[in-house]
Design a protein around this ligand. Structure first.
Ligand code: BES
Ligand code: ZN
Ligand code: ZN
Length: 495
């Protein structure tokens, strides 16, 4: 059940063609229209499409879709019009959303293939084509492998983009990226009773194998032996061993610079002895979204041959209740020697990450660390589901991530880490407490807890709770796992 290849194969064959749209044999031609373009076409007396449009009530409202058969018995067989609203208000994110609306309409139809006519818009073509392909491929995602009673979404295999062949590489790269975003979504959506830490290890091994990456894995006994007591303790209430996984991708052997990307991989977070209440536990299979994104990132980096040296690190465990579970009041010594008072076993993510971060710092000496974690519910209170919470000891790296986020529309927002917050998580009986003052700055407390484990290495912490798992579909983002964070990191690493 736990596969490396997404069962949701979606659109696999993408071709580029310079044929004329009214000479294409495909089932559907997708045409996105602004209101201005629509008015112009309706006035015009020439062209097949103008004739068809005259017979419709299409208004080109944003994301409005209209699937119209070609009554003139000519090619193409059908037009799928998608509204773009006014041209002046358009940006590339709206393009992604509009094409996602188009593909959603086709998902449950009998269509086998479609053609995309590029709209004539103000954007440079490279960015426009990328956004269109992203909207289509990401909007096509569906996690319905367990549905047996209703029809499953039809897999549309073939797509043709009417563009010059010089865009072939761009389209192929975008396809690889989107396939990996969809794969991350699959991994996040799979249940915690199928995906345990050992499945995360298996996945990592197969990705390392396929891409000839160096991989190192520490299991429970090695974690304990080497003093990664924080990861070890979080995992010890489960019958599944916790692991630390480290993969190395060397895309730029000429450079000494190395970036570590570290993901929180709780395959299920029950809260432990501080058991989560019913509604809060519901979606806790998603607590490995950071790890899934890190896996997706090394895979993408290798497939796109990114010219960067990346150390991909995953701390994975299952936070369970049981006779061996760690307890509130426990005092644990971390890998770098800091002692931690466990005030709440549900603040387990920061414990797993703390050891993962200091193990990476001490053994790999990276130039920059970026961690991704579904760390705190509080980040949703602060930022909702549209923005990633960012915390950093390095303003330059933070700025670069902010820029990358704007570019791909996976936006981040910086929080402060003032000294007073650091004082708030000091323990009376140990160095640190894994909990801050009740009801105050929950996400910042999590971040300032992590900081000393980076030991002055430039570090960025991304709290992805709000964006990683949605309770309803939004544009090209599905309900459930979204894969948000992967396009951000790929964009960041390309720079
Ligand atoms: N895994 C949760 C964070 C989370 C919340 C993920 C909602 C996805 C959706 C994390 O381990 C957690 O339990 N955090 C606690 C911290 C608290 C005990 C300090 C929280 O946010 O309540
Ligand atoms: Zn928790
Ligand atoms: Zn958690």
């Amino acid at each position: 059940m736990y596969t490396e290849k997404s069962e949701n194969m979606g659109i696999q064959n993408i071709k580029l063609s310079q044929e004329k749209y009214d000479n294409m044999d495909s089932d559907v031609l997708i045409c996105a229209l602004t209101k201005e373009k629509l008015a112009e076409m309706r006035k015009s007396d020439s062209g097949e499409m103008s004739k068809v449009l005259k017979a419709t009530l299409f208004r080109a409202e944003f994301c409005e879709t209209d699937l119209v058969p070609n009554i003139h018995d000519k090619k193409p067989k059908r037009y799928l019009f998608v509204g773009l609203d006014e041209g002046a208000k358009l940006d590339l994110e709206k393009i992604r959303k509009a094409y996602a609306a188009a593909i959603r309409l086709l998902k449950f139809s009998q269509v086998n293939d479609f053609t995309v006519l590029l709209p004539d818009l103000k954007f440079e073509k490279h960015g426009l084509i990328k956004a269109i392909v992203e909207g289509l491929l990401l909007g096509d995602y569906h996690f319905d492998r367990y549905k047996t009673l209703e029809p499953r979404a039809k897999e549309i295999r073939n797509m043709t983009v009417l563009a010059e062949s010089k865009y072939k590489e761009l389209v192929e790269e975008t396809q690889k990226l989107c396939n990996n975003v969809n794969l991350v979504r699959d991994w996040v959506n799979e249940s915690g009773s199928i995906e345990h830490p050992e499945e995360i290890v298996e996945m990592s091994k197969s990705i390392a194998d396929a891409n000839k990456l160096k991989i190192k894995i520490l299991d429970a006994s090695e974690l304990k032996e080497q003093g990664l007591n924080l990861i070890y303790s979080v995992g010890k209430g489960s019958k599944h061993s916790p692991y630390l996984i480290i993969m190395e991708y060397n895309g730029n052997p000429d450079s000494k610079e190395r970036i570590a990307v570290i993901g929180k991989g709780l395959t299920f977070d029950s809260g432990g002895m501080n058991l989560k209440p019913e509604t809060a536990m519901q979606d806790m299979k998603c607590d490995m979204a950071g790890a899934a994104t890190v896996l997706g990132l090394v895979k993408t980096a290798a497939e796109l041959r990114l010219k960067k040296n990346i150390i991909a690190v995953i701390g994975t465990a299952e936070n369970m209740i049981g006779p061996d579970a760690y307890k509130p009041g426990d005092i644990l010594k971390s890998y770098n020697g800091i002692t931690v008072e466990v005030a709440n076993t549900d603040a387990e993510g920061r414990l797993v990450l703390a050891d993962a971060i200091s193990y990476t710092v001490r053994n790999y000496k990276p130039d920059l660390i970026i961690d991704l974690a579904t760390l705190t519910g509080a980040v949703v209170v602060a930022l909702g589901v549209h923005t990633i919470g960012m915390f950093s000891n390095d303003s330059k790296a933070a700025q670069l991530l902010e820029d990358a986020g704007k570019k791909v529309y996976e936006r981040v927002w910086s929080f402060p880490m003032f000294q007073e917050y650091k004082d708030d998580i000091k323990s009376e009986i140990a160095d640190l407490r894994n909990l801050g003052p009740k009801g105050q700055a929950g996400s910042i407390n999590g971040a300032v807890f992590l900081e000393p484990f980076a030991e002055n290495t430039p570090w960025v912490h991304l709290d992805i709770v709000g964006v990683a798992f949605l309770d309803k579909e939004r544009g090209y983002l599905p309900k459930g796992g979204t894969g948000t964070g992967l396009r951000l990191l790929v964009e960041f690493l390309k720079k």
